[in-house]
Ligand binder design. Structure first.
Ligand code: GTP
Length: 309
């Protein structure tokens, strides 16, 4: 059963959507996510640069499921490959139901936030501004800052919060919950906590797959983490399926005597163990799923962009 199929069927009134959370480094994204999601949000490995949008956390408010995605690679791209991926990274915002820009009120409009505001003009869909760290900024300077930022980009509304003190976070969460489109939850309740790790682990394996086979495989071959189970003793057992579109591709992925798949699994296991900070037992399966590439819903379920054309 896939994630979408097993999503909660909690009734007609459920809402579910993606919020792209954008902010310069140190604006307080992790702190805010911890406050919104309620559990410690797992770190995001910056190694995985192929990702368009990584799930950072899932928040549940009433009947709404709010999936926060992050777009690594937006900032300070150093290598040329990274620079080429900046545009792709922004697509996380382009596909989200809402884009939230987190701004460090203490820093104001500086060289970190200016290019973000500039780029926002190209992002369709609703945008909101969140001024963070208001606990360390004089109240009377906040209005001026909000006004100046709103002149640079078109925000639907502005929140003023302290992520650290959880001041204003409840209002923000409730507002977001109401703004999510109606529809079934994409993640069952028992997967909400480890959804970011599941996705990240899938991205890592996908990265290893393409490092070895990028010439032989179509871009939309994909990886899904079917099981993420913490064992007694702290080890993690992970089952992943690599989906390809044809039997010939399945053979390529497996390789002679299974050696290609073994190498992919070994490389992925090492990286996943690093981010999971645990001993990992990784089991990889390869399946043929015809027509997978034509189903936009599967892309959306993973926070990915549906390739047009
Ligand atoms: N005073 C104050 N400090 C805050 C607030 N929110 C975050 N911080 C601090 O700002 C620093 C950066 O916060 P993070 O949450 O790590 O920032 P981030 O945006 O996730 O950083 P990156 O992951 O590097 O992009 C930390 O020292 C936080 O404690 C706030 O509301 N008030």
């Amino acid at each position: 059963m896939s994630e979408t199929e097993s999503g909660t069927a909690a009734g007609e009134d459920t809402r579910c959507g993606f919020v792209a959370l954008i902010g310069a480094p140190n604006a307080g994204k992790s702190t805010l996510l911890n406050a919104l999601v309620g559990t410690k949000v797992t770190i995001v490995s910056h190694k995985v640069q192929t990702t368009r949008a990584l799930i950072r956390g899932i928040s549940v408010e009433g009947q709404s499921q709010i999936i926060f995605v992050d777009t690594p690679g937006i900032f300070a791209p150093k290598r040329r490959l990274d620079r080429a991926m900046v545009t792709t990274a922004w697509s996380g915002a382009h596909d989200a139901d809402l884009t939230a820009v987190l701004m460090d009120a203490r820093k104001g409009l500086d060289e970190d936030i200016e290019p973000i505001l500039e780029h926002l003009k190209e992002v369709r869909g609703p945008k909101i501004l969140i001024l963070n760290k208001i606990d360390v900024v004089p109240r009377d300077s906040l209005l001026g800052l909000a006004k100046a930022a709103n002149e640079k980009a078109k925000f639907e509304t502005t929140f003023m919060i302290s992520a650290l003190k959880s001041d204003g976070v409840v209002d923000l969460k409730q507002w977001l919950a109401e703004r999510m489109p109606t529809g079934p939850w994409l993640y069952p309740e028992d997967q909400i906590a480890d959804a970011p790790m599941r996705q990240l682990a899938a991205e890592i394996t996908r990265e290893k797959l393409f490092e070895r086979l990028h010439q032989e495989l179509p871009y939309h071959s994909t990886v899904e983490t079917e099981q993420w189970k913490e064992l007694r003793g702290g080890d993690v057992r992970i089952e992943q399926t690599i989906y390809v579109e044809r039997e010939s591709q399945r053979k390529i992925v497996i390789g002679k005597g299974g050696q290609t798949l073994r190498a992919i699994g070994e490389a992925a296991r090492k990286d996943i163990a690093e981010i999971a900070d645990a001993k990992v037992h990784l089991f990889l399966f390869v399946k043929v799923r015809e027509g997978w590439g034509d189903d936009p819903e599967r892309y959306r379920a993973m926070g990915l962009e549906f390739p047009k054309g």
